[in-house]
Design a protein. Structure first.
Length: 272
């Protein structure tokens, strides 16, 4: 990867980078297409990063299908895929980690998944150092991850532009995610309550001038809780750049939901 990158740089080519954990879907493909459109070369990394999974999470069973992923990358116009081994990224005795501090990396996903963003920030920083991209593309579906990575790149003066890309949804509104593969048809139906509730809440705030954040998040919570088969982790309305709690809903706020359907933890969000 380093020699590929050095070759591209010598030729004055720009590099667009899409870091992934594989199990690629239309959401990833939209990032690859954009990376290719906006740069001379598009690089996709595929690495299921052990450092961002908790001990009771789905690292072992996370879907892996390199052959299919490689085909999809090629079709979407990727020039290179980078598929490192865990022992190359974290050789024996590995000890350097990147921690983004402050409330942004303490709340919501960070509170539910201790150590998760430390793992994400570490691997993304390492991948940036290897791929040396001009631009890197991240989906807004993982909204807090996007903010944490932006903050890391800013605070560490990494010479890369972080490009946020809109969440891609199925026709019925379900946010596309690699973890949707775990859902049975029945669970998939249950999961729809998440995007439907978000859509209604955004509508209430944007089109009906609803501004009371507590009342709206209470009504989001009761809509989710009234659906059998789903366990709410959090439903929150936050400032769109720092995720600080808000009392009054304004343009730019974001509504975030995390919930478990069976054993599958799903997250989604919509901005107002
Ligand atoms: O969003 C993901 O797939 C992962 O968190 C990322 C950014 C590739 C880091 O492992």
């Amino acid at each position: 990867m380093r020699s590929v990158v050095s070759d591209l740089r010598k030729k004055g080519k720009t590099i667009g980078f899409v870091p992934t954990m594989g199990a690629l879907h239309d959401g990833h493909i939209s990032l690859v297409t954009r990376a290719k459109k906006e740069n001379d070369a598009a690089v996709v990394s595929i690495f299921v990063n052990p450092a961002q999974f908790g001990p009771k999470e789905d690292f072992r069973r996370y879907p892996r299908n390199l052959k299919k992923d490689a085909k999809m990358c090629g079709k979407a116009g990727a020039d290179f895929i980078f598929v490192p081994e865990a022992k190359e990224i974290y050789p024996e005795g590995y000890a350097a980690y990147v921690n983004v501090e402050g409330d942004l990396a303490k709340v919501l996903e960070a509170a539910s998944r201790p150590g998760h963003f430390r793992g994400v920030a570490t691997v993304v920083a390492k991948l940036f150092n290897i791929v040396l991209p001009d631009k890197a593309y991240f989906g807004e579906k993982d909204y807090q991850q996007l903010l944490v990575i932006k903050k890391m790149a800013e605070d560490l003066d990494l010479p890369v532009r972080i490009v946020p890309c809109p969440t891609v949804r199925e026709r019925d509104g379900l946010a596309i995610s690699s973890r949707n593969a775990y859902l049975s048809p029945e669970q998939r139906k249950t999961a729809l309550v998440i995007s439907r509730t978000l859509k209604k809440a955004v509508h209430a705030a944007r089109d009906h001038g609803f501004t009371d954040a507590k009342k709206l998040s209470d009504s989001i919570r009761s809509a989710i809780l009234s659906q059998p088969g789903i366990k709410l982790d959090y439903a929150a309305i936050r400032g769109g750049t720092t995720l600080e709690p808000v009392k009054r809903i304004e343009k730019g706020c974001v509504i975030l939901i995390a919930a478990k359907v069976g054993k599958t933890r799903l997250i989604d969000n919509m901005r107002i």
